[in-house]
Write a protein that binds this ligand. Structure first.
Ligand code: ADP
Ligand code: MG
Length: 616
């Protein structure tokens, strides 16, 4: 595998942020000068839970506020949506068993999630998270943020990468680059400034496990191999503890809570809390109260470790495969980087250390390290840091279907990207004028067992005996891991090209529509804010008028004037309870007008009172 350095040339400096769009938590970081920093949320936290809720008032809430609504409004709230990104309904059957996703009817090529009376696609849901991060960054930096680098698991296929880019677009972000999460982590640790060697990045988050082997050579990283499991992480541990607790409760209370969304969410929080505590304490208590009853269960680290050993072991297979793919032995690993909240678990750290025979890096917060690395990449793209590119690899092989449904691989998995490959094909039937190019992704031999990415036709081939035409197929993967396929009839020069739009995913038109809708939604958000602000103002004036009614000056008004004031108060109160901010403001204005004389009288009285006490 060759090592390439790519020069981006000179670019104008711009605000580019780095975003870790996680399954469990998301965060945004920024780097003006090293080191990169995580941008705090308005509540002074750093992680934004990747949870979105749609309120009865038609408002979108994200993060902690949405997390609270997992309990009160589970039917309107969604988490772990990253699991659905760029996937079709057939792909997600396993998820549906464990996650309370509410798939809208008629979801086929594009999944729609039902939140109350509206439906949203996974990229739209992710866009709400991204928009929240964008807002946090804008509030913190005090200027608009329109460009971002977003990280994705190394295992994400083309469809999932496209869906992530779509989410960025819907959120009003220009996604300059998608970077593999482990690749970002290596940058965050600044390992490029170390001596040459081999680095393993072990990332165990909430929903995904990734292992990557990088080679550092003369200040440039090359990703030698990646492996992992898209269904392995802290969530699995949570689900296991949840099942145990549910069974316990059923035998203690004689009541099966597993069908009760709200109870399950609440219990999930209790077991997650216990799990996280066990990373620091030797024992803890799962503590859960529901409808007046209480369940408590002591959990020791010893028992916990016994329970999770199978999960930890499941990460080791992919690690060994990854080492084999990279062609390195464990003792050749010089440095190990830990990423993801679940690597705080001591048993995980121990297992990693045993396997790679190296004490892993834990200096940076494992939940922040990916976003920090994304910020470094962002700074590189913004031109504020010397240009440098981390090389990524393709997670799965890419090829086309040929005679008999067999796959001809053009780009093998773990190829360094950007990558391109060209191969020549011919026709199978005499006089054939069209060929169907079927692009697939996967490791299996038969196209039907691989993931179908796209189909397109090259037309207008000169009719000739089978085997005579020469058709050149060229695959080009850009730095984001997005595939472009060209087929060319070498005799006629006719060419067909597609940027591979995954068979599961959104069309450009759908994305456009979502962007429009999200603007509508933003208008709705804006309107809601106007209403709230108008109400605050109304409160202030109503309060002032009530106070003025106690004043002597009020008594001095004519009955007719008093009547007019009462009338204006009533009208403002009615408007206050509606949601028309223009009407509220009109009524504020009217009340202001009819109380003008009263205000003047009070002012004069106050002035003369003040003068009375003044000795000249
Ligand atoms: P993701 O990349 O999937 O968004 P994160 O890297 O944010 O995930 O990690 C989230 C996971 O880390 C959750 O499962 C969470 O419970 C787990 N986690 C966080 N802190 C701890 C801890 N102290 N001990 C064990 N697990 C933890
Ligand atoms: Mg992560």
């Amino acid at each position: 595998m060759s090592v390439v350095q790519i020069d981006f040339g000179k670019r104008k400096r711009a605000r580019v942020v780095g975003i870790d769009l996680g399954t469990t938590n998301s965060l945004v970081a920024y780097m003006e000068t090293p080191p990169p920093k995580v941008i705090p949320t308005p509540e002074e936290g750093k992680l934004v839970p990747s949870i979105v809720s749609y309120t009865r008032e038609g408002k979108i809430v994200v993060g902690e506020e949405a997390r609270r609504r997992l309990i009160t409004e589970p039917e309107r709230t969604v988490y772990s949506v990253k699991r659905l990104m760029g996937r079709g309904i057939a792909d997600v059957q396993d998820e549906l068993k464990l996650f309370p996703f509410q798939i809208a009817e008629g979801s086929e090529s594009v999944i729609r999630l039902k939140l109350g009376e509206r439906t949203f696609t996974p990229p739209e849901i992710s866009a709400f998270i991204l928009r929240q991060l964008k807002q946090n960054a804008e509030a913190h930096l005090g200027e608009p943020v329109e460009q971002a680098v977003i990280t994705v698991p190394a295992y994400f296929n083309d469809a999932q990468r496209q869906a992530t880019k779509d989410a960025g677009r819907i959120a009003g972000l220009d996604v300059l680059r998608l970077v593999n999460e482990p690749t970002a982590a290596a940058l965050a640790y600044g390992l490029d400034k170390r001596h040459d060697g081999v680095v393993a990045v072990y990332d165990l988050g909430g929903g995904t496990f990734d292992i990557s082997i990088l080679r550092l050579h003369e200040g440039i990283f090359e990703v030698m191999a990646t492996n992992g499991d898209t269904h392995l992480g802290g969530d699995d541990i949570d689900n296991l503890l949840l099942r145990i607790a549910l069974e316990d409760i059923e035998s203690e209370w004689g009541r099966d809570l597993s069908g009760d969304n709200s109870a399950v969410q609440q219990l999930r929080r209790a077991v997650v809390k216990a799990k996280e505590e066990l990373s620091y304490a030797l024992k803890t208590v799962i503590d859960f109260e529901y409808e007046g009853r209480r369940y408590q269960r002591e959990l020791t680290r010893e028992l916990f470790e016994k329970l999770i050993t199978p999960f930890v072991d499941r990460t080791l297979g992919p690690c060994r495969d990854c080492l084999a793919d990279a062609g390195v032995r464990p003792e050749e690993i010089d440095e190990v980087v830990l990423v993801g909240g679940s690597t705080r678990i001591p048993l995980v750290r121990q297992a990693v250390e045993n396997l790679f025979r190296t004490r892993p890096h834990t200096e940076l917060n494992p939940e922040e390290v990916v976003a920090l690395g994304a910020a470094v990449q962002a700074a590189i793209l913004a031109g504020s840091v010397e240009d440098k590119l981390l090389l990524d690899v393709t997670p799965l092989s890419l090829g086309i279907e040929t005679m008999g449904g067999v796959v001809s691989k053009l780009i093998p998995r773990n190829s360094t990207i950007p990558a391109s490959a060209t191969e020549h094909f011919t026709t199978a039937v005499d006089g054939q004028t069209n060929v169907l190019i079927h692009v697939v992704q996967g490791e299996r031999e038969l196209a039907k067992d691989c993931r179908s990415l796209a189909r397109f036709e090259l037309k207008g081939i000169e009719p000739m005996p089978a085997g005579m035409p020469r058709i050149e197929v060229r695959f080009l993967i850009d730095a984001n891991g997005i595939l472009n396929v060209t087929a060319k009839d070498l005799r006629t020069g006719k060419e067909q090209q597609v940027e591979v739009k995954p068979s599961y995913g959104l069309t450009d038109d759908q994305v456009e529509k979502m962007i429009e809708e999200s603007i509508e939604m933003a208008e709705e958000d804006f309107r809601q804010r106007q209403v709230r602000e108008a109400r605050v103002e109304a409160d202030t004036i109503l309060h002032a008028v009530e106070k003025a009614k106690q004043d002597e000056a009020y008594e001095a008004l004519s009955e007719e004037e008093k009547q007019r004031i009462e009338e204006a108060i009533n009208q403002l109160v009615v408007a206050y309870h509606g949601d028309d901010h223009v009407l509220i403001r009109t009524k504020i204005e009217e009340l202001n007008n009819v109380t003008m004389k009263l205000a003047e009288a009070m002012m004069n009285a106050a002035v003369s009172k003040a003068l009375k006490g003044t000795k000249l």
